[in-house]
Ligand binder design. Sequence first.
Ligand code: NAD
Ligand code: WQD
Length: 336
Amino acid sequence: MNILLTGGAGYIGSHTAIELYKAGHSAVVVDNLSNSNPESLRRAGRIVGREIPFVRADVRDREAMDRVFGENRIDAVIHFAGLKAVGESVEKPLEYYENNMNATFVLLEAMRSHGCKNIIFSSSATVYGDPQIIPITEECPKGHCTNPYGQTKSMLEEVLMDVQRADREWNVILLRYFNPIGAHPSGTMGENPNGIPNNLMPYITQTAVGIRKELGVFGNDYDTHDGTGVRDYIHVCDLAAGHVAALKAIERKCGIGIYNLGTGHGYSVLDVVRAFVKVNGVEVPYSIKPRRAGDIATCYCNPAKAKAELGWEAKYGIEEMCRDSWNWQKNNPEGY
Ligand code: NAD
Ligand code: WQD
């Protein structure tokens, strides 16, 4: 299939492009580069031995999107494009609602008018809020999202399902990612955050490489085995492979599908720090800080549905995630 990747120059999209080509698909990327660098796609192209077609455009630009659909036969869309920083979304709610909602509306309208009715949407574990069931299954009710970023994901899930209910020819897959970390094993591609990282792994790697002085561990008084927050970290290449598996379900005309993409294992902040130090033989100085507003104690999934219905499961463990994150950071201390 030929797949349109919105936001495909970003962290997850660029790794997914590789998995698509490896599986015999091809891709066209549309990205406005608001949070990415086209070098990611050049490097992905080197890995797959093909130049990955890239259009620099904003998904909210209807004319640009019509051109993309007019000039390419698109069989399905993987919709990564969006703003994703939780804290920034609290400070700039309007920017987050405007970008994430309008980009999806324009995309869906363009898809409809060009007869493309297959979409995979990047959703997030954040839609569960403070989850009522651990490990989280897809049946767990969606929770209250404490930030505008999470609200956009939750609302867009509803929009996409309503579109499918109104026209059963649509196939809509909502992939709820847990905590993607890691990088391509080549060490040439990885996560490239702007400024001070919000997420744990890039903060660890930047501390290990000397860009940051020490990691702040946000709280050690949670109800977890060591008091620090527990999450379901998943290697970005496993996550990317999950999209290829979801495309097979689209080929089988799945209607609506909702899947957790995680490993099913929960690791605390200190578990991750220890694994990183052990695997890579580097120091990660840290100190305990107060809890971060909006954080929950524990979040990990039951990935059984994705295994049963998509035939997908994560292959990589925490040590490989730590190894590949470090390999990327140490080879590319300034990012792309
Ligand atoms: P990323 O920021 O690296 O990639 C998103 C890409 O979208 C960027 O390249 C950015 O330039 C582009 N973009 C944003 N708005 C755009 C617009 N209006 N038009 C065109 N391009 C636009 O983020 P990522 O980590 O690769 O995340 C990809 C998707 O997965 C996002 O939707 C994110 O919300 C979701 N997600 C990410 C995580 C995570 O922890 N990384 C977890 C759950 C869900
Ligand atoms: C993980 C753990 C922190 C940084 C976020 C979004 C979620 C999803 C994934 C998009 C927590 C602790 C972190 C640091 C720390 N993104 N931590 N020091 O919060 O689980 O999820 O990214 O959809 O929506 O909320 O990920 O990596 O920020 O934090 O101690 O410097 O690490 O408190 O326990 P989180 P994270």
